[in-house]
Write a protein that binds this ligand. Structure first.
Ligand code: 13P
Length: 250
């Protein structure tokens, strides 16, 4: 049985002070989620990672990115050792905004996923097609390439530790969420690809949907066979809305 997961991706939002207010406000929510067997967490900006840890140690905390090299001349980047030093063990990899603005390729994501797994950390690997690809009916072709490259040279033992997030680019921040039918169809396709490669282990891999998830629509995704949770941007920023998301997952 896969445990449900709600992960808020704050992107470039919230100062350390705003993070502190949210973290303190989320203490009761962590208890509620635990009671109902749901994992909840947030991915704040780098500077705020230790702030969440300090004020709500029960919230799962993910970095929004990480470099695959252990150290070196990579201006503006952050290493696995730096994250581990402050007890951060999760990282989002290949978010569409990084693929679009920072030329992140699936091959590069694979290097990051391998580096994280070698350090016993959890990657949340994002995949998804653009609007043009969706309109040309290329969704599954794109997803197949992204899954195949992202999971290249990863053992089945390690694959079980990866979380996959299906985020159609056309649904991110647009208010145009994919219907639960579309999302389930693609997430089931992703699980099928993983089953071809890893057999039964695919049943352990958590797959999230992301893209304009709101308290009003989260339930429809969670009631499908292959969607195990959500990666939420805008609606994860206020504590009230985060609470509603959790309540509607229960
Ligand atoms: P929105 O929920 O704001 O559409 O963002 C989704 C997302 O990109 C989460 O990673």
């Amino acid at each position: 049985m896969r445990k449900k997961l709600l992960l808020g991706n704050w992107k470039m939002n919230k100062t350390r002070e705003e993070t502190k207010v949210f973290a303190l406000g989320s203490l009761a929510l962590s208890a509620l989620a635990e009671l109902h067997g749901i994992d909840i967490g947030v991915a704040p900006a780098y500077l705020s990672l230790p702030v969440v840890k300090k004020y709500n140690p029960n919230l799962l905390v993910a970095s929004q990115n990480v470099h695959y090299q252990p150290s070196g001349a990579y201006t503006g980047e952050i290493s696995i050792a730096m994250l581990k030093e402050i007890n951060i063990t999760w990282a989002i990899i290949g978010h569409s905004e990084r693929r679009t603005y920072d030329n992140e390729t699936s091959e590069r994501c694979n290097l990051k996923i391998k580096a994280l797994l070698a350090n016993e950390m959890t990657p949340v690997y994002c995949v998804g097609e653009t609007l043009a690809q969706f309109e040309k009916n290329e969704t599954k072709k794109v997803i197949k390439e992204q899954i195949s490259a992202g999971f290249s040279e990863i053992s089945s033992e390690n694959a079980a530790k990866v979380v996959v997030a299906y985020e159609p680019v056309w649904s991110i921040g647009t208010g145009r969420n994919a219907s639960s039918e579309i999302a389930q169809d693609v997430c089931s396709y992703i699980r099928g690809l993983l089953r071809e490669k890893y057999g039964e282990v695919a049943e352990q891999i958590r797959i999230l949907y992301g893209g304009s998830v709101k308290p009003e629509n989260i339930k429809t995704y969670l009631s499908t066979a292959d969607i195990d949770g959500a990666l939420v941007g805008g609606a994860s920023l206020s504590i009230e809305s985060f609470k509603e998301l959790i309540n509607n997952m229960i």
